[in-house]
Design a protein around this ligand. Sequence first.
Ligand code: FPP
Length: 246
Amino acid sequence: MSVKDEIIKEKLPRHVAIIMDGNGRWAKSKGSERLFGHKRGVNAVRQVTEAAVELGIEYLTLYAFSTENWNRPKLEIDGLMLLLMTSLESELKTFINNDVRLRVIGNDKLPKEVQKRLKSVEEKTAHCKRLTLVLALSYSSRWEITNCVREVAQKVSEGKLNVADINENIVSENMATAFMPDPELLIRTSGEQRISNFLLWQIAYTELYFTQTLWPDFGKEDFYKALVDYQGRERRFGKTSEQINN
Ligand code: FPP
């Protein structure tokens, strides 16, 4: 029996976000270069995307490269960019066949040819409706929040927005993630228990799930397990348990 059978279809999250961690440690444990771990990490991305499509989850956001990751050795960064380019090329057909729309959030620091390829895949999948796969690339939450403040301030200075009208909705609408709901579930692999500058605004009421499994080993069953765990939680949003259950 698969853990999948325990999933309650009516209680699925609309949006799952994942901090994919542990590629380097996975590779090291096999006596290989870190890049080998990233390559295997792409398989895990495929598995989880497939599972999300099958289950009918609407949004899957993957933290693929943080603004801090630019501090890694050049060789690793170049390898990751190349892997991203080749993966995008090889997966485009699969995205379209499975009705998967690709969207990217992050700053504009990616190499020009990577930006071009991403834009092209975003355009070619813009009509897809089943799952929106969001890649956070050259992304950090502090960048996103700073950018949001700048955009809101710009609107105020142009007279398009009153200071008194700034509320939580205005902030959300000026985030890179404005096109989707906040995630109900955030998964982090590899045993680390921190957020690492990911979706800080959006995870105010998100359920957190940490697993020891290293990202390259993370498969469909692990994803189902996280979903079942999430479904067992009581989400109170500041209310009491009695209020929720009445
Ligand atoms: C974290 O492991 C992983 C990354 C920083 C990169 C994730 C990239 C992929 C899974 C491949 C490319 C992605 C796509 C969407 C095609 P780590 O290197 O921090 O591992 P460590 O903590 O063990 O060193």
